[in-house]
Design a protein around this ligand. Structure first.
Ligand code: ADP
Length: 260
């Protein structure tokens, strides 16, 4: 019988699902987080099943993680986000990742991993939305520019400005006044990337080695941010092919392989 596994990451901003057969990723999908997360998560899995052309009698096991993991009563396994993140990233990086920064919708985390992929240290900032995906969403609304265009904008020649506010509420009024002064959206986007990169670097602390840093979470899809973190840390920043799904994949990989 095929070893189908489903990893569900019930995040603060998005619900992510990964369907695997053993370790191989077959499908990924995400929807915004709204109430009734369990029903939404299983609708997403059903969408994946249909797109994969699997029969509705398919047999699969589920592991849930993220803020809403306990809401997923049908899960065979529930695990904390940190373990899922470490497991997923370690596998997707081919065992290379030692230092990681995860930027989620409402928090910022750093993780250090051992040579065997165990978590040796972690830090988290979930007290403030500055430096998180929410901050990007707010800026996208104020600038009237979709997030998917932020990388392109940050590479355009522009005047240099800084965002100095350490609180998202003040940063909002700072962005509004920069716009009123006629500062271009590209300057503001670049300043925003630099400000999030400073926060990530601050939380990561001193780097003890020259290893690359791995960035994951939804905002890691933004190459402009990746480059800003590289400029801030003066080290290579790597991203897996599915940065928003690392945690969901790690959850799926936490299920024991099905015996043949
Ligand atoms: P959580 O697990 O906390 O729900 P995610 O890791 O799913 O958070 O990240 C959600 C954030 O990802 C959103 O707040 C948004 O800022 C960012 N994001 C989502 N899609 C993109 C994209 N295509 N480009 C850049 N950022 C994105």
């Amino acid at each position: 019988m095929a070893d189908y596994r489903v990893g569900l990451d019930l995040g603060s901003t998005a619900i992510k699902a990964v369907i695997t057969e053993g370790e191989a990723i077959l499908w990924t999908g995400a929807v915004p987080t709204v109430p009734d997360q369990e029903a939404l998560a299983f609708e997403l899995v059903e969408k994946g099943r249909v797109e994969l052309g699997l029969p509705d009698s398919w047999s699969f096991r589920v592991a849930s993680t993220g803020y809403g993991k306990s809401l997923c009563r049908k899960a065979d396994l529930r695990l904390d986000e940190l373990s899922a993140n470490a497991r997923g990233l370690f596998r997707l990086s081919g065992g290379e990742a030692r230092s990681a920064v995860n930027i989620g919708g409402q928090d910022l985390k750093t993780i250090r991993l051992s040579e065997r992929g165990e978590v040796t240290d972690f830090r988290m900032n979930d007290k403030c939305a500055a430096g998180t995906g929410r901050f990007f969403e707010l800026a996208a609304r104020l600038l009237n520019v979709p997030l998917a265009r932020f990388a392109e904008l940050s590479r355009m020649p522009c005047e240099e400005v800084e965002l100095n506010s350490t609180c998202v509420v003040f940063a909002e009024s700072e962005i509004v006044s920069l716009l009123a002064r006629g500062v271009s959206p590209q300057s503001i986007v670049r300043a925003l990337h630099a400000s999030v990169a400073r926060r990530a670097a601050g939380l990561l602390g001193r780097m003890e080695d020259a290893d690359a840093v791995w960035l994951d979470g939804g905002p890691a899809q933004n190459r402009g941010l990746v480059e800003a973190v590289e400029d801030e840390l003066l080290t290579q920043v790597k991203v897996t092919e599915i940065p928003q799904y690392t945690v969901a994949y790690g959850a799926a990989m936490s299920l024991a392989p099905r015996p043949c």
